[in-house]
Ligand binder design. Structure first.
Ligand SMILES: [Zn+2]
Length: 198
């Protein structure tokens, strides 16, 4: 397929979500959940290697196993294994993502336990409640939320991603938020998203 064909047949994310063929992941990959040994039977190294291979395979099927927060490998493997017998969408134009929580599980009670990604987002969004805040208070809340998110996502490494633009301590002498030196960046981003239109 050449580049022009890509554009001709391109469909929106919503359209593809609604129309993509659905396949049982076990049948599609030829790997059944029961063939994956329980994590307790494996050494740390075996868990690591199996997890890496399964992630690479899922990536190749465009059904990516993507976590938003840092999760120990054993728990990642247990979660992947636990929900492996799921339906996948065969997508060509947009990313498809492995369903992390089993449908119908209470968030936080799935195989990921306290590392449940859905629970993480529930907590994050519950922190964004409508309140009458001054712009300064709102910014302070955004800073607190961002730090909470970064700590969950990056663990001890979180300070590498410190959100200077939200912290008044780092505003410049005119009271403008910290500028990372990228200009406003919006135009560039739009160009990248639209590369396929050209
Ligand atoms: Zn979960």
């Amino acid at each position: 397929m050449n580049h022009d064909d890509d554009v001709l047949f391109w469909i929106s994310q919503e359209e593809e979500e609604a129309t993509a063929p659905v396949r049982a992941l076990e049948e599609w990959t030829g790997i059944r959940k029961e063939q994956l040994p329980p994590a307790e039977m494996l050494s740390d190294d075996q868990v690591h290697r199996l997890l890496e291979s399964l992630k690479a395979m899922l990536h190749a099927y465009n059904w990516g196993f993507v976590l938003q927060i840092e999760v120990p490998e054993r728990i990642q493997y247990a979660g992947l294994r636990d929900n492996f017998s799921q339906d996948a969408k065969v997508k060509q134009f947009h990313y498809g993502f492995f369903e992390l929580c089993r449908p119908g599980t209470v968030h936080g009670k799935c195989a990921f336990g306290e590392y449940c990604n859905c629970l993480f987002f529930d907590e994050l969004f519950s922190r964004f409640e409508d309140e009458d805040l001054t712009p300064e208070e709102e910014r302070a809340r955004d800073l607190a939320n961002e730090i909470h998110y970064l700590q969950k996502k990056h663990g001890d490494e979180w300070t590498k991603y410190y959100p200077y633009h939200l912290d008044p301590e780092y505003d410049d002498e005119n009271g403008k938020p910290y500028n990372y030196g990228f200009g406003d960046g919006n135009d560039e981003e739009e160009d990248e998203d639209n590369w396929w239109r050209k």
